[in-house]
Structure formats: structure tokens, C-alpha cells
Design a protein. Structure first.
Length: 424
RNA sequence: GGAGAGGUGGCAGAGUGGUCGAAUGCGGCGGUCUCGAAAACCGUUACUCCGCUUUGCGGGGUCUUGGGUUCAAAUCCCAACCUCUCCGCCA
């Protein structure tokens, strides 16, 4: 969310940023509302001041045992004026708030301007794997090995749900533990295990609401939402708090399942694990000093990349162009992993700096030596990493001619020493 | 699900209608003392909005939130949310 002052004072910069993000929002309304708001505010504050003065006089008269009647009646008149203005102000402020909540974050200066075609591959690691046979897709592999049961998953919950079985279930569990271990032991993150149902305030704090309510699973009775990513509960851990500067950066790693309705996205990549309603993910979330946030973003991407390196999966890192940025992001790197069976690069991680956009919405500030006054932190998050698609890459890249799947070495200790998933 | 208690500053905790942004204690910060430290003592210590002649000044708001009563609300009434205790149910 924006500071209304920023819009007021830098309207041209905000406009060009929004244009780069390819968002068409008129700022004229909000500017007008803001002016009207301040005008009414001045009027009502003047009256309130009069009221306070009159109130003090009434107190004094009473103490002196004098008759306050005259003052009381004049105060009634003042109060009536206030009562007239207050609803108008409230109404205007609500409209301003609604406008502000609907404005996306602006791209950072280092972000290429343009649509998806302007995304830049900033580096890559490993070579897309080649085979001396036609590589199968993960769907074929998983069905042959009997480690994923899509049909029964559909019976249980509908299409685009997954039932892992046997070594498939074990692989999922192994990956979660492996990733958490790497991030907590080697990258210094603090492990948390948050609720996967969160309230409306939390969803608004990170920016999923109000814009993307249709994409979320919602419990009507309680008005709770299934988290689309651990970013939501973990970032909201510090909602409404003033953090001690010396504790920064605060870095959390969290595993949660993630739930997405994927409304309207059917038709693309409909088969298999690429787009599902529930998947597992380890998420990394950071709360940092504003001056550090872009360095922290680079580190964050590195931490996510490390997972793919350890798993031996070839990937490339994309710097997203302004038009491809999500609502809340100022800068974002996607990591795409090559999947040999589909012969596609799959987005398996997304690492973003939100600057103070989420912090402002969620009211997360810090103070300390460099800022005696509380200041908004910068928040970042990145998948470290998303499992369903990473499983696709593992199955497709580690398949053998016989239809077996070799387990990446780093996962073997997590799988009771299993080296290969075989047909049984 | 039933019954009760309660939500006040970083924390603890007073405050039952006007003099309360709020006693007191702890913590934090600055100082005195000291070679240094501890202790003791002194001082200081919330956030936010608006305006202006903008390192300052003036004013408004904030005691969970939202309504209401009143000339006047931290204080009274109603509702919501949250927390705690007991009972029931339960992995």
C-alpha cells in the first residue's frame, strides 16, 4: 500500500511506475478525495479544539461552583457541527483506503520495463539434460511406478489434486525435511510452522486481498482463508509490531501446504503436477532494514538456487520485467527448472522484494539506533522451494531408460538410503 | 458447545464521568559517582494525523475495535473480536 503523501507529492513518478506495471488506475479520484479529506479535517479539528476549550471552561466553572449553563449550550452547538462533519470524513477516508489498497506496488529502477518478453535470464546453472531415449513425462513415470494416483485424488477431492503413494509420498516428505535443514542449518533461517488458515487481516496485510479473493479458498462460516503460500502467515507474524532494529534481519523458513483455486486457469498444463490446487512448499521470509533489502534479495535467490544445485537440477534465473511483476512486488526473480519429459522450464521459485509495501499494509516497523522513530521494514520472500514442480523435475530428469528414477544423493539420507525408485 | 473473568504505554499494573496521554514499578536512554563496572541517586522515555513562518511551533486523534448515552467517556450502555479459567467434547 502507498503512503497517500507519496502520491500527493510524487504523482508523476507513481503514474509512470503504474504504467510500467501495465496497470490502469486513475489517480485523479484519490487526489481529489485526499484534498477534500484534508479540507474537512481542518474544519472538524478547529471545532474540536473549540469544544475542548469550552469543556475546560465548564470544568472550571463547576469547580468554582458557578453556573455553566451558557457554556453548555454553546458546546452543544459546536458538537452539532462536529456531528455533521464526522460522517463525511469517515466516508471519504474509507474511499481513500479502498483506493490505496487497490494500487499495486511500483517496480524498482533496476527492473526492465515491459511485458513478459522483457524478462531477462540473468544466469543459468547446469545444462538441460539429454537422453538416449525419449524421456517420459512425470505423469507417465509416476503412474508406472505407482507413486502418484491422480485418479483416486480426483475421487477424493476433484481434479488437480494429488495423492502421493509409497516412494512418492516418501520423496515429498524427504524434500520438505531436506529443504528445511539446508535453510535452517546452512542459511541461518529460523524455522516456524504456522497455521494454514488465516484471517482476512492477514490476507490483506500481504496483499492477496482485496484483489485476489477469487483465487483463495475461503471458509465461509469463520471467514478464514486457506493460505496460498506460507508468505501470508509468516509475514503476518509481525503484523502491528515495532521490531527492535538489532534483531534485523529476521529470517524465517516455513513449510506449509499451499492452496490455490487457480480460478480461470484451466486449459493450460492441465495434466499432472504442474498446476494443482494443493502443493507443498518451503517458504523463506525476511524482515530487513530498508537499506539492506536489495542485498538481501540477492542472498535470498542464492538460497533458493542452492536447493536446485544440491538436487542437481538445471535451472535459470529470470529477472521479471515490470509488467510481469505480482501485485505487491517491486522486484522479483523467478527460478525456472528444466523438466526433460515436458521439455519445459518450470517456475519452481519466485523471490521478491516488496520493499515497504506489505509492511505498510501490515504495519510492521522497526526502531533502533539509526531510527529513533519507528520506520517501516522491508519484507521479502521466496520459495525455497515449491515442491510439486520440483518433483516433476526430479522425476523427469532422473529417469532411466527402464522407467526407474534415481534419487538425488542429498535426498537418500532422508529416504532410508533409497537410491532408486523401481517398478515393483 | 455451556458458565465466568478480563482486554490500559516495550512489559507489569493503578485509574468508576470533567483537573487523564494516563499514577507507580520494571525495562530503555542520558547523566552524577567510579580507573572501570555494579549499586545508589537525578533526569528522560508512546504513536499518529493536519496546519504553519517546518532542525521549531500550534492543533486534532488514539486506553482492543465499532456503535450509543452525555455539555463532557479509559471510566456508563450495546455489539464484535481476542485472551484467560472452569465444565463438556475431542486428535
Amino acid at each position: 500500500m502507498f503512503d497517500i503523501k507519496l502520491i500527493r507529492e510524487n504523482i508523476e513518478a507513481v503514474k509512470s511506475g503504474l504504467a510500467a506495471k501495465n496497470v490502469k488506475i486513475s489517480l485523479e479520484d484519490i487526489i481529489q478525495l485526499d484534498q477534500k479529506n484534508r479540507q474537512l479535517l481542518m474544519a472538524v479539528e478547529e471545532l474540536r479544539g473549540q469544544k475542548n476549550t469550552a469543556n475546560d471552561e465548564i470544568s472550571r466553572l463547576l469547580k468554582e461552583k458557578k453556573d455553566p449553563k451558557e457554556k453548555i449550550s454553546s458546546m452543544k452547538a459546536i458538537a452539532a457541527g462536529i456531528d455533521h462533519l464526522e460522517p463525511q470524513i469517515k466516508e471519504i477516508q474509507m474511499r481513500i483506503q479502498d483506493c490505496l489498497l487497490g494500487i499495486p506496488n511500483l517496480p524498482h529502477a533496476s527492473v526492465p520495463v515491459g511485458g513478459i518478453e522483457k524478462n531477462q535470464v540473468v544466469r543459468s546453472w547446469g545444462e538441460p539434460k539429454t537422453f538416449d531415449f525419449k524421456p517420459r513425462t512425470h505423469v507417465e513415470i509416476a503412474e508406472q511406478l505407482d507413486i502418484i494416483d491422480f485418479k483416486r485424488a480426483a475421487k477424493l477431492s476433484g481434479s488437480h489434486f494429488v495423492l502421493f503413494k509409497r516412494a512418492g509420498a516418501l520423496l515429498e516428505r524427504a524434500l520438505i525435511n531436506f529443504m528445511l535443514d539446508v535453510h535452517t542449518r546452512e542459511h541461518g533461517y529460523t524455522e516456524v510452522f504456522p497455521p494454514v488458515l488465516v484471517n482476512r487481516e492477514s490476507m490483506t496485510g500481504t496483499g492477496q486481498l482485496p484483489k485476489m479473493e477469487a483465487d483463495m479458498y475461503r471458509l465461509k462460516e469463520e471467514d478464514l482463508f486457506l493460505v496460498p503460500t506460507a508468505e501470508v502467515p509468516v509475514t503476518n507474524i509481525h503484523r502491528g509490531e515495532v521490531l527492535d532494529e538489532e534483531k534485523l534481519p529476521i529470517c524465517y523458513a516455513a513449510y506449509t501446504p499451499c492452496f490455490r483455486r487457480e480460478a480461470g486457469s484451466y486449459g493450460k498444463e492441465t495434466k499432472g503436477l504442474v498446476r494443482v490446487h494443493q502443493f507443498d512448499k518451503v517458504e523463506l521470509v525476511k524482515f530487513v532494514r530498508p537499506s539492506d533489502s536489495y542485498d538481501e534479495l540477492e542472498k535470498l535467490v542464492g538460497h533458493a538456487e542452492k536447493i536446485f544445485q544440491l538436487l542437481g537440477l538445471p535451472y535459470r534465473v529470470l529477472l521479471l520485467a515490470s509488467g510481469d511483476l505480482s501485485f505487491a512486488a517491486a522486484k522479483c526473480y523467478d527460478i525456472e527448472v528444466y523438466a526433460a519429459g515436458l521439455d519445459k522450464w518450470l517456475e519452481c521459485s519466485s523471490c521478491s522484494n516488496f520493499e515497504d509495501f506489505q509492511a505498510r499494509r501490515a504495519d510492521i516497523r522497526f526502531k533502533g539506533k539509526t531510527t529513533p522513530k519507528p520506520m517501516f521494514v522491508h519484507t521479502l520472500n521466496g520459495s525455497g522451494v515449491a515442491l510439486a514442480r520440483t518433483v516433476v523435475a526430479i522425476l523427469e530428469n532422473y529417469q532411466t531408460k527402464d522407467g526407474d528414477v534415481i534419487i538425488p544423493e542429498v535426498l537418500r539420507p532422508y529416504m532410508g538410503g533409497l537410491e532408486k525408485i523401481r517398478r515393483s
